[in-house]
Design a protein around this ligand. Structure first.
Ligand code: ADP
Ligand code: MG
Ligand code: MG
Length: 344
């Protein structure tokens, strides 16, 4: 994992230092972070295993546990979190990676900041939103996504642009201040220098969640060596997420539903999705009454400009932010009684 703070290095050092003394195992147990954390309860499940609430020195942490077969995903996600300057209020906070001995093999841990509200999907399932809350969710996701996507040069060092490749409401977490942060970087790709290319040579463009797959992935027209292609894929997914949020907004909020719930079954195939999204050019339904509500009108236009079929015609994350600043923000802050609130 390169220069990441893996506590495995710490562990090896300790073992070496004491080799021959016969007390290496005892010191090893003292030093590894995984042994200092108590697992409390499972809080989530994803593609690669379980996420636990843990307790570390009196603080809550989240522990994402990968099995030894998923070592590549664990290493990749740790590597992405180790990217230079990847610190932002709207990007999940990584604490450490560790390998924890288990029976004859090991368990792979990724320790992260814990968010008791869980994912955006979990939150939307049980809460409807005021205009202010909805706007704050969308704005904070746009902020995180813009920061993720952008290349930043500081002197000789560069924070490379990163594209997520599996953006969905389940991979966004709701913080206690009700802003969001983007998480689950297992499929992310990074921009290499100013080359326009990504840092993985053999990429499978068809990974990701089928329901959220952009038309260019479904029909195979994506230029999968170009970094920009993946930013545009993220923007399509963001459009679907804005729709999920909009449905749960205002006192006429509808029950939570996944995108395309009316058009495909519970576990759609690529063919199902291709027929709906590419052949029939269907997108999630925009309720006619949304045009009577100022914020829902804004969100409707944002989602439609994000999920366009032509990737080049989609909004950038920065443009979403700016449109919210121009047309929403203050008005909804004041209307909902949060005049002094500053956005992250
Ligand atoms: P996977 O890569 O397996 O999909 P995720 O990182 O998306 O794993 O985590 C799976 C689920 O666990 C999330 O959808 C969310 O519900 C929960 N979760 C993940 N990270 C945290 C966290 N830091 N705090 C609270 N819940 C989390
Ligand atoms: Mg996930
Ligand atoms: Mg993942």
């Amino acid at each position: 994992l390169g220069s990441l703070p893996t506590f495995e290095d710490d562990l090896l050092e300790t073992t070496n230092m004491t080799s021959g003394s016969g007390s290496g195992q005892r010191l090893l147990e003292q030093r590894t972070i995984a042994r200092q954390i108590k697992k409390i309860e499972i809080v989530g499940k994803g593609r690669y295993g379980e996420v636990w609430l843990g307790e570390w020195g009196g603080e809550s942490v989240a522990i994402k546990i990968f099995t030894s077969q998923d070592e590549d995903s664990w290493a990749r996600e740790g590597e992405v979190y180790g990217t230079y300057m990847l610190h932002h209020d709207n990007i999940a906070k990584f604490i450490a990676c560790d390998k924890r001995p288990l029976n004859l093999g090991f368990e792979l841990w990724m320790v992260m900041e814990y968010h008791h509200n869980g994912s955006l999907l979990d939150f939307l399932l049980i809460h409807s939103l005021t205009a202010y809350q909805a706007q704050r969710f969308v704005y904070s996701i746009a902020s995180g996504l813009h920061y993720l996507h952008v290349d930043i040069q500081t002197g000789a060092q560069i924070k490379p642009g990163i594209a997520h490749r599996d953006l969905k409401s389940k991979n966004i977490l709701v913080k206690s201040d009700h802003s969001c942060c983007i998480s689950d970087f297992g499929l992310a790709v990074r921009h290499v220098g100013a080359t326009g290319h990504v840092d993985i040579s053999s990429i499978n463009p068809r990974q990701g969640t089928k329901r959220y797959m952009a038309p260019e992935i479904l029909d195979g027209s994506i230029n999968y060596t170009k970094f920009d292609s993946y930013k545009m894929v993220d923007m399509y997914c963001f459009g679907l997420i804005i729709w999920e949020v909009a449905r749960r907004t205002s006192n006429r909020a509808e029950e939570y539903q996944l995108p395309y719930f009316q058009h495909v079954s519970h576990d759609p195939s690529m063919d199902d999705m291709r027929k709906v999204v590419c052949t029939d050019s269907i997108r999630p339904t925009i309720a006619s009454w949304w045009s009577e509500d100022e914020l829902l009108t804004l969100l409707s236009s944002l989602m439609q400009e994000c999920w366009r079929s032509n990737p080049w015609a989609r909004l950038s994350a920065l443009r979403v932010k700016k449109n919210i600043i121009r047309k929403g923000l203050e008005k909804f802050e004041v209307k909902n009684g949060f005049p002094n609130h500053t956005f992250a």
